[in-house]
Structure formats: C-alpha cells, structure tokens
Design a protein around this ligand. Structure first.
Ligand SMILES: *Cc1c(COP(=O)(O)O)cnc(C)c1O
Length: 468
C-alpha cells in the first residue's frame, strides 16, 4: 500500500494576520510600529514558504518573532546606526567620516527647531545663510569671502558651472582623478557644462602645456588634489603660483579643489604637510574648495572660499539654491570652526585631530589592557594577541602616509577552516546592537584601537558576544 504523502509543513505557517496577533510580537510592534512589522512579517513568511521542505516542523510564533526581530534590526529604515570604527581608517567614508565634537552635536540639537538660518535679527528682514560661518572661515583662512554647499563634489560642480559653462577648462592629465567611485573629474566637468581640455601627460605637465591650451574659449583654470593616489618618481606638476600667473594673464579665475583641506599643519603630527587653504589663496588661487567632513572634522559640507567677487558670482548661480546646506549643518560647522580658535582646545575636543594625534604607545597600552578580557570572552577557540598596526587618515588625505598604531589580532586556533571561522566572527561582531567593524588580513581579524576612546562601553557592548 502506498504511503499517504505527508502534508507540506510549510502550509502550517501562519498567515500574516494571525502572526500579527501573536503576543510574542507585541514588543516588536511597540518598538517599530505596526506597518513596519507587517511589511517585514510578509517578507519573512514569503521567504520561509519558498524554502525547500526538509521535513522539519515550521517555526512557531516564538521563533518567528526572533527571526523577525533580527530582520528588523538589519533592515534599512532605522536610520544610520552608530558603529565602533576599528578599521584603522580614521576618516572612513562608509562609516560617516569625521565623528563630530560634543559642541557640534549640542549645536545641531539647539538649531533643530526654528532658527534664524536666513533671517537678520537686527533688521528683521531676510538674511544670508552663509553669514553664520563666513566670518569664522575668513578669519581662519585669510579668504575674503566664503560660501557653503552640500559637499565638496557640489562645490566643484558649482564653481565649474559658474565660470566655465559652455567654456573650456584646461586640466593636467595627472589630475583627472576618480575619487571614491562616483566622483570623476571628467564626468563632473561634463555635467557642469564645461569642456575638459586635457593638458600634459599623466606624470609630467609643464607651464608651456597650459600656455598652449589657453584660448578665447577658456573659462577658468582648475587644479585638483590627486586625493587618494600619489604620483612619485619622474613627475612634474605646474605650481599654483604659475597657474595663477597664466590664468590672470588671460583674465580667467583659477580654482583649486583641495579635497581634504586641513586647517592645521599636519606636520605637527609627524605627517607630510598637506597644502592648506590659506597657502592656496596666498599662492594666487581665486577659489579653493574642500570638504567639511574630512580633515576639517565637521559635518558633511563643501566649503568654497576665495576672492569676494568670485564668491559673489558663485552665490548668484541658481544652482547654489539646489546645493545649499540646512540649519543643522550650519550649526555643526560653526561649532567646529569655533574650536579652531584655540589650539589646545582643538586637539582635545575635535575628535578627528584627537584620534590622528594619538600616540602608538598609548594605543598599544590600551590593546594590552583589553586583550585578556577579549580572550576570556571569546574562549579557547581563539587566540588574541596585541599587534602593531598602521592606521590611515582616509578620505584621500596623504594616501601613502601611515600612522603607527596598535590593536588586537584575533585568530582561530582550529587546524582547518580558519578563514571561514574568522569571517563568521566578523559577522557576529557586525550583528551586535552597536556593530564592531574591523578588518581581516591573513585569516586574522584586526581591530585597530586608534579610534576606540570609550573603552568601558565597548567592553560592555562586546560582552554580548558571549550571550547565547
Ligand atoms: C573627497 C574629494 C572630493 C569630494 O568631496 P565630498 O565632500 O566627498 O563631496 C572632491 N575632490 C577631492 C580632491 C576630494 O578629495
């Protein structure tokens, strides 16, 4: 006699409505809202129904609630989550770049309601958005004027569009760079309505190359910081002072996209000296653009500084309206710029500079302090050692310069499958309520402790790894 086929257990999965009525889901609904939970429940049940039957019983309400909680945690919709950046890259674009100082965080909260963002309190009439930070920036850089847009890519787009729409812009072939995948100088020039005129060669560009490229159709000269790559060896570039001479002889402006644009001399931290916005202006650039959230250590923004007439022209461009920043950004930027008024305070209070200037010995001492606790928590399967590491600034600043650092190297004690074990551990760390982001090299998980300041909270957070 033929056996009757056992009914497919997937048919016994509850409907979305029935699942939503389960008391196990009440706390999820309270936390996430009913609609969000329904959406995720629908996707979870659909995924379970699609799984091939393996004869096992379908999950009950308790297991479904757990799976749902996990999916909700991992789901977009809760906004950016705080993470522990132990990658060794201090200004990590994927991890939110510069961590903001407490004063900026407070200023953002204070400005969040109604504020005088574009209102002149003295006269009671419409005010200028840029005025909240313009004087501060000018005092710090020696610029005559400054304007702020959404990010440095926007700053570059706006400057090119203002002075070279329908015109030619000669740029050295050594500076036609791509920054972080989606920002390529030739593409942004095309979108700005400018015609790129390639000048010189990849490694060497001379004054005569630029002079030969100047025509009646030239709208401006444009220099780009090569950012995340470095040219070494047989190399020559035209200085900003020479470019200024050529530009001004042809009555066109010269702009320099500095990228990171540090307002402090990095040689103080034993790093190479990056060109600073003040130097660029002094050497003859009419306009300089740089990011707010790279070495400046502030919120995402693009700063355009320079000659008053040039900045006025930029402000009159209707695109400025499309690229402007909000009150929250202005509040944070002003708070960060104010820290620059006092060197000692700056190093203590601005996280980017505080982290970049941490000494290797201190970081190593921290690693030695933490290693035993981490080893105990991970158990016998893992070896935890203190190692010397090399941190990076990140975001294109001094790509070949490393900062001597230290941290923990975690490796599996197993004989086989150590690579997979380490990847699994890395995933567990990423699934913590406040994820821990490290990096893997040679089957070891490396946690660079340069950016770990709140050690006690981190230890508490990471304790959860050992929880069932
Ligand atoms: C980072 C960078 C940009 C883009 O700046 P965002 O603030 O990320 O938009 C443009 N140019 C250079 C040289 C850079 O380093």
């Amino acid at each position: 006699m033929a056996a009757t086929p056992t009914p497919d257990p997937r048919a016994r999965l509850p409907s979305v409505d029935r699942l939503m009525d389960a008391p196990e889901l009440a706390s999820l609904v309270a936390e996430w809202g009913r609609r969000t939970v329904i959406g995720e429940a629908r996707r979870l049940l659909a995924a379970l129904r699609e799984q091939a039957p393996d004869g096992s019983e379908p999950p009950g309400p308790d297991a479904l609630a757990k799976a749902l909680a996990q999916r909700l945690q991992a789901t977009p919709g809760r906004g950016p989550r705080p993470v522990w950046n132990l990658t060794g890259t201090v200004i990590h674009t994927n991890l939110g770049r510069a961590p903001l100082p407490a004063s900026a965080i407070a200023a953002m909260g204070a400005a969040a309601g109604s504020s005088d963002v574009e209102f002149d309190l003295e006269s009671g009439t419409r005010g200028e958005r840029d005025h909240h930070v313009e004087r501060l920036i000018c005092d710090l850089t020696g610029a005559e004027a400054a304007t702020i847009v959404n990010n440095n890519a926007a700053a570059v787009l706006l400057v090119l569009n203002t002075f070279a729409q329908g015109k030619e812009v000669p740029v050295s072939r050594g500076e036609l760079v791509e920054i972080g995948g989606s920002f390529r100088i030739p593409d942004i020039m095309r979108r700005a309505g400018s015609t790129l005129v390639e000048v010189g060669t990849t490694n060497r560009t001379h004054r005569a190359d630029f002079e030969a490229a100047m025509t009646d159709a030239t709208g401006m000269l444009f220099k780009v910081h090569p950012s995340n790559y470095a040219i070494t060896g047989f190399h020559e570039e035209v200085t900003i002072a020479t470019l200024a001479e050529i530009a001004h002889a042809h009555r066109v402006p010269l702009a320099w996209d500095l990228g990171s644009g540090s307002l402090v001399d990095l040689s103080r931290f034993g790093l190479a000296r990056e060109p600073m916005p003040a130097d660029a202006l002094e050497a003859g650039a009419d306009l300089v653009t740089f990011s707010g959230d790279k070495l400046l250590g502030g919120p995402q923004a693009g700063l355009i500084i320079g000659k008053r007439a040039a900045i006025d022209a930029v402000r009159r461009n209707p695109l400025k309206r499309a690229l402007r920043v909000d009150k929250i950004t202005l509040a944070a930027l002003a708070a960060v710029l104010r820290l620059y008024g006092d060197d000692a305070r700056l190093l203590q209070e601005l996280p980017v500079l505080r982290l970049l200037s941490r000494k290797q010995d201190d970081i190593r001492a921290q690693a030695e302090r933490l290693a035993p606790s981490i080893a105990r928590m991970l158990g016998e399967d893992w070896e935890v050692t203190t190692v010397t590491l090399a941190s990076q600034i990140g975001s294109g600043a001094l790509p070949v310069d490393n900062l001597a650092s230290a941290g923990l190297a975690i490796s599996s004690r197993r004989d086989r499958g150590r690579g997979r074990a380490v990847e699994a551990l890395q995933q567990r760390l990423r699934r913590l309520p406040k994820p821990v982001i490290g990096r893997i090299a040679h089957d070891q998980l490396l946690l660079d402790l340069r950016c770990l300041e709140d050690e006690a909270t981190w230890l508490e957070d990471i304790e959860r790894l050992s929880a069932p």
